[in-house]
Design a protein around this ligand. Structure first.
Ligand code: C2E
Ligand code: MG
Ligand code: MG
Ligand code: MG
Length: 287
């Protein structure tokens, strides 16, 4: 009876939860068709070297335009795709698009540095992930060192040994690896030395809090730790000049965030890049 009462409560008194569940169901159903129906896009967000006023690289971020829901945030659909086993198809689609885009930029003589893409640990658990990445790169004649994988910290639930093996092999082939959202997960410190990392990405929440004294100590600590370990460090979610100056004063010169540009479709990104480069030239012409 208690169970039935619970169900009744849920059905009649929690319309919000019900809406969420219905939305998740729509998302899950929609995911099955999104590739076929060409609803996916990759947006690119610049990573800049602030001191040199130069583009350092780009991060590829997946976008999905659902026929009824409009643009759905990857933060909402990636976990559902992981759960429903569809993350492999999505991940392959992103890999293919990014390589295709890099090839196109190469042909047009546009230098964008390293392109990074986010990968779920579920993808890395797959036995032939490494071969799929390497063969796709080869098909587009892109050197592995131009691709970076961004992983998040929550690896505890996964087949760590296999993931580690895959990452080491990819690293040996020249692929770059960065730890995304650093500082938000748990047991993060032990992962730093475990993985063949090139870069640590300081999570936006720390960058946001550069005016709060406790958080400042944390961000300072993360930056000096990466320097001591000989890793690159990049700050994500930089939105204000104050944040930029704070980071730069601490020798964290690689940054990404709305202050520079939001993620953009490839063609708009190139327009942004031309403007950014022109600004740099202007600055050196009139110091
Ligand atoms: P992330 O990899 O940490 O990406 C950074 C997120 O912060 C992006 O959200 C980006 O649009 C946003 N962002 C960038 N600069 C700023 C800023 O200055 N202020 C604020 N408030 N936000 C900023 P997005 O694109 O919605 O992606 C959310 C997350 O979804 C990503 O976090 C990543 O974990 C995941 N994701 C995105 N694309 C993929 C993908 O292709 N595969 C996988 N597995 N995950 C993906
Ligand atoms: Mg990322
Ligand atoms: Mg991040
Ligand atoms: Mg994230």
């Amino acid at each position: 009876a208690a169970k039935q009462e619970g169900l009744t409560c849920f059905k009649f008194f929690n319309p919000e939860l019900r809406q969420v569940l219905e939305r998740d169901l729509l998302i899950e159903q929609g995911l099955r068709l999104c590739i076929e129906n060409q609803e996916l896009f990759v947006y690119y967000q610049p990573k800049v070297h602030v001191a040199e006023h130069k583009l350092y690289g780009v991060e590829a971020l997946l976008r999905w335009k659902h026929p009824q829901l409009g643009f759905v945030s990857p933060a909402a659909f990636i976990p559902i795709a992981e759960e429903a086993g569809m993350i492999h198809a999505l991940g392959d689609w992103v890999l293919e698009s990014v390589c295709q885009q890099l090839r196109r930029w190469d042909e047009e003589g546009i230098e964008v540095g390293t392109a990074s893409m986010n990968v779920s640990l579920k993808q890395l658990e797959h036995m032939d992930y490494k071969d799929r990445v390497l063969s796709t790169l080869e098909r587009y004649s892109i050197h592995p060192s131009r691709l970076e994988l961004e992983i998040t910290e929550s690896i505890a639930m996964c087949d760590q040994e296999h993931i580690l093996h895959t990452l080491n092999e990819l690293h040996e082939q020249g692929l770059k690896l960065s730890m995304d959202d650093f500082g938000t997960g748990y047991a993060s410190l032990s992962y730093i030395t475990l993985y063949p990392l090139n870069t640590i990405k300081i999570d936006r929440t720390f960058v946001e809090a550069t005016t709060v004294s406790d958080q400042i100590k944390l961000i300072d600590m993360i930056i000096s730790m990466t320097h001591q370990l000989g890793l690159e460090v990049i700050a994500e979610g930089v939105e204000t000049v104050e944040q930029m100056e704070y980071l730069q004063a601490r020798q964290c010169v690689l940054m990404q965030g709305y202050l520079f540009s939001k993620p953009l479709p490839a063609n708009e990104f190139i327009i942004w890049l031309h403007q950014y480069e022109a600004q740099g030239q202007q600055a050196t012409a009139n110091p």
